[in-house]
Design a protein around this ligand. Sequence first.
Ligand SMILES: [Zn+2]
Length: 414
Amino acid sequence: MTYFISCILRLRSGYFHYLHKTLSYRKITATQIFDGHRFLASGTVIIFDSTGTIIDIISKEEAGEDVENVEGILCPGLINAHCHLELSHMKGLIPEHTGLQDFIVDVVGKRHFPEEEIRNAITNAEKEMIADGIIAVGDICNNTHTLFQKQQNNIAYYSFIEVSGWNPAIASIRYEHSKKIFEAYQFNPHNSKFIIHNSSLSPHAPYSVSNDLWDLLTPHFPEKTITIHNQESAAENELFKTGTGKFRDMYAKMGLDDSHFTPTGKTSLQSYYSKLDDAANKIFVHNTFTSQEDINFINSYPASRLSKPPTVYGQSSMVFFCLCPNANLYIENRLPPIDLLRKNNCTIILGTDSLAGNHQLSIKSEIKTIQQHFPHIPLEEILGWATINGARALEMDTTLGSFEKGKRPGWAVL
Ligand SMILES: [Zn+2]
């Protein structure tokens, strides 16, 4: 039917004018249009129906009257692949540049607030993201505080129920606790054709999940996107290589028993990577201390160990490197090795992390920071990270991430 209508539109702009009036189509063009993959020829018009579904992408000449002209770059709704909406009430509470270990101690110690304040901050943070042009969020959850907001179906979410527990003795208690939260997030969005909600049980970080806890988690990985905070500080690699450093100090400060831990002699990523064999997609977040050696390890990893054959995007793109440069600058005053990742054709996506460790939840601001520090990277490439790549990582690319007929990707203006 859509095809039929679009054929008529191409032939008879007069008839289209009639359709526009009765079915409230919107015809939009812009100074530049980025479609999720590339910039389109100037004068291209995108036609959305009243539900926001794209019914055609045509030239200005074919589009007839009533074309709305947007100043700036029009692109598909942005994907924030890493956020902690539940920490939105902590904006400005933690000083900058303290380093990751002190930051974690601060988050754990200062996060408890009256529930109403937490809920208000969550609502406002979602509004901030929508105003930024964000249409989907990969969101970390340690509790059910964000559930009421997600059930309003304003934007799409992949809720990553975060599991942590360094002491093996409490592995089953922590696992059962997280599983209850995971069950609470199993709801069907009202408008499930377009608004997507998915969820998985995901490990917090290599330094906060004991082997016993990993064993309980891995059976939940098949067919899911699994995310983990990866190599966010130099101390993480040091802990796994030699068993020394700032994480040992952090465990002591937090009163955590770490006597069970035996260093592997390898980097953090290489120590735990095989535990994610069964995940459909893996999202590594931060990667500020990921090296060429780590990328070589991933690229030469035997495909036979992975639970499913390569996807249509190819095996390597099942691994996503999520960058949150503003949070890295806030916490560690450091930037991720973007040129290293690009040189190795790694699939990059973008996230904001939380308002506890960032001044705003804005993908546009993350793009701006990357442009400032890496001016040689083409904008077209960065916009792909913020749109189609993020949608693939969150398994939402059938509706989001690019301007294509039949999709309902929303839009952002830069
Ligand atoms: Zn995070």
